[in-house]
Design a protein around this ligand. Structure first.
Ligand code: AMP
Length: 279
């Protein structure tokens, strides 16, 4: 496994690497959700590249950035175990030298939901992903459905900027109790973790409700919201949207997705599921 610290190192390693090149960008603190992306990439690409970079630009809270876990040695071990060929680990100054001044901003998609609650978040995501895709120039890039709005933002910039990367979205990996794996879960106390299970429960409930004849997206959204607040969570949004337009629709369709962002004991969690699919 090759460790690259600059985009020049990445280019050098890739000139002798066979295509297709699969790429998995991450912020580290790797878990089985990230590993599942490495495995899918490994199964269909000749070269697998991962990046580990805690992108300060996408954090709206300095304390969240400071508390973000950075277990680099363990992360590299996980990359090695899952067959990653090249790991790109730039530092902040390499990515953003003092004269760095470009911002990639995708418009409405970047301003709603997560974008509304975390101002500047998606500009940070779009900017770093554009840089990473430009450095690695993969054939395929893999992202988790857990961050569905993020994937929509990336699809938008990939299309708008003619980057020509195939964007793949892979299902959310969950713990046995249903909680979506997240690098932030380590910050949950035992009690908070139990409380956080209200999120997958509300999504399951949304699915069940959506199956009953005549249920509207608004009704499903309202009952998710009520369930979550009744469980003591601070809800930023609990909403059913069309996954392609990220707009509300009048009725539930195969593209209807329920999205939740809620805070438990100071830890903000997001999750989602399609209402008519098993993920
Ligand atoms: P992060 O390190 O949080 O920036 O995530 C890196 C990638 O892993 C993103 O594409 C995430 O959507 C994806 N990811 C994070 N958690 C999960 C999960 N539980 N299941 C599947 N993919 C995930």
């Amino acid at each position: 496994m090759i460790l690259a610290h600059t985009s020049v190192d990445v280019h050098r390693a890739l000139t002798v690497s066979p295509h297709p090149i699969g790429f998995v960008p991450t912020m580290g603190a790797l878990h089985d959700g990230h590993a599942s992306l490495f495995d899918v990439a490994r199964a269909s690409c000749a070269t697998v590249v991962a990046s580990i970079f805690v992108n300060a630009l996408q954090f709206d809270q300095q304390s969240d950035l400071e508390r973000y876990p950075r277990p680099l040695e363990r992360d590299l071990e996980i990359c090695r175990e899952h067959g990653v060929d090249i790991v790109y680990v730039p530092d902040h100054e390499t990515m953003y030298p003092s004269d760095f001044s470009t911002v990639v901003s995708v418009g409405r998609l970047g301003r709603i939901l997560e974008g509304a609650h975390r101002p500047g978040h998606f500009d940070g995501v779009a900017t770093v992903v554009t840089k990473l895709l430009s450095a690695v120039r993969p054939d395929v890039a893999y992202f988790g459905q857990k961050d569905l709005q993020q994937v929509a933002v990336i699809e938008r910039l990939n299309s708008d900027l003619d980057l020509g990367v195939e964007i793949r979205t892979e299902p959310t990996v969950r713990d046995d109790d249903g909680l979506a794996l997240s690098s932030r879960n380590v910050r949950l106390s035992e009690t908070a973790r139990r409380q956080a299970l209200a999120i997958p429960r509300a999504l399951e409930f949304a699915r069940d409700t959506a199956r009953s004849v005549g249920a509207s997206p608004t009704e499903v959204s309202r009952s998710m919201y009520e369930q979550l607040t009744a469980s003591g969570l601070k809800v930023d949004y609990a909403i059913v949207l069309d996954a392609d337009s990220f707009q509300e629709s009048d009725s539930i369709t195969d593209r209807s997705v329920a999205l939740i962002a809620a805070t438990v004991d100071g830890v903000r969690l997001i999750d989602n599921c399609f209402l008519r699919a098993d993920h």
